[in-house]
Design a protein around this ligand. Sequence first.
Ligand SMILES: Nc1nc2c(ncn2[C@@H]2O[C@H](COP(=O)(O)OP(=O)(O)OP(=O)(O)O)[C@@H](O)[C@H]2O)c(=O)[nH]1
Ligand SMILES: [Mg+2]
Length: 407
Amino acid sequence: MFDLLKKKISGVVNSFINKKVDGTALEQEADGKSPAQHHDKDVPGPAHESPVDSKAMDYSAYEGQNAAPETKLPESVMQQPAMQENNATNRTASNNQNSKTSSKSNIKLSIATKIKGTILKNVSLNDSEIDDLTQNIEMSMLQSDVAQKTAEKFSESLKLRLKSDRFDYKNIRKEIDADVRTALLDVLESAGKSPNVLGLIRKNKEFGLPSKILFIGPNGTGKTTTIAKVAHLLKHSGLSVVISASDTFRAAAIEQTEHHGKSVGVPVIKSGYGADPASVAYDTIEYARAHRIDAVLIDTAGRQETNRNLVMEIQKMVRVSKPDITIFVGESTAGNAISRQISELQKSIKIDAIILTKLDCDAKGGNAISIADITGVPIAFFCNGESYDSIMEYNPDIILDAIAPAS
Ligand SMILES: Nc1nc2c(ncn2[C@@H]2O[C@H](COP(=O)(O)OP(=O)(O)OP(=O)(O)O)[C@@H](O)[C@H]2O)c(=O)[nH]1
Ligand SMILES: [Mg+2]
């Protein structure tokens, strides 16, 4: 999903540091090699596979289904459903990789910067170099579905960072990459910490309480399938689950939920079509209390954020079921419409987290960055396939490693 954006940003940084000044290519590299000596081998760029990318995921399990085999995600992302409950540890490890160590980057900067680099160990970039680089990155982000407001904000933050930074001339590419990565992390972290869903369920369990999770979102984004994936994940983590078939509207929705429940081995509480979805949720919570079940996953019918009656129906479900977490399920293929949908719904309903589905179908992925920035709601999980184990806990390193891998 993040492939395109990564290639664009990497390409911009690369072409920036390799750019010709006044039409004249510089012959000598910062590390003393001629351009020919770097040919293909050392030159990172759009066509150059990053270490992250080189581990393409195995799509054989999805053959004949909707998955797009050409999309590549980091292999670590695919090692699911193992939950990584301590994101901080992973972040630290990744930041360490990001440390400014020696590089063999193919560096060509402006003549002025190059001359400075021969005299001084550390150089700064001049305003026109910074403007050039940030404008190009901003353009690439826009082309990759990052919302304009977010791209501009990112560009400003990167500009400040680059202006205040001095770069070890020999490692300049690596250090510019690190600045891009840190500026991206700033945007992602602006949405706050993702809820620790398993941790919360375990905590409530200690008090003998079921945790209630309400899933909402537009039609067909993958709510019911995602509920089955979450149920599967929780079961494999030693927690008991019941599903509320509270989509009493769409034809065959109840049967679909029952089918998933049977497949993942969890009970489904249902009523008939046309029944009050809030009362089905209430019955399910009662069932969970009576049977000491740890988690209640409440399905809902798909709805547009602009449909007042349907939004009021969700408000009633919130009043009746008092969810511990309300999750918006959005499909990554919807681009920046997701931010709009969430912002509109937030006027009426408190949304605690987002699950972004169908990553396997999306070639861009910039919307994961805009969602964090525009809505301020953190992503809890990514889903990337139709099988029950194609769900992964959100970790910003998934996005950072894919878009701006530490070089
Ligand atoms: N490729 C892919 N398909 C998915 C993913 N998640 C769900 N789907 C598919 O998307 C389609 C719709 O999924 P549902 O779970 O029925 O979506 P929904 O939001 O419950 O739909 P409504 O109840 O009609 O609003 C199904 O064909 C799912 O198999 C995913 O991560 N990747
Ligand atoms: Mg559904």
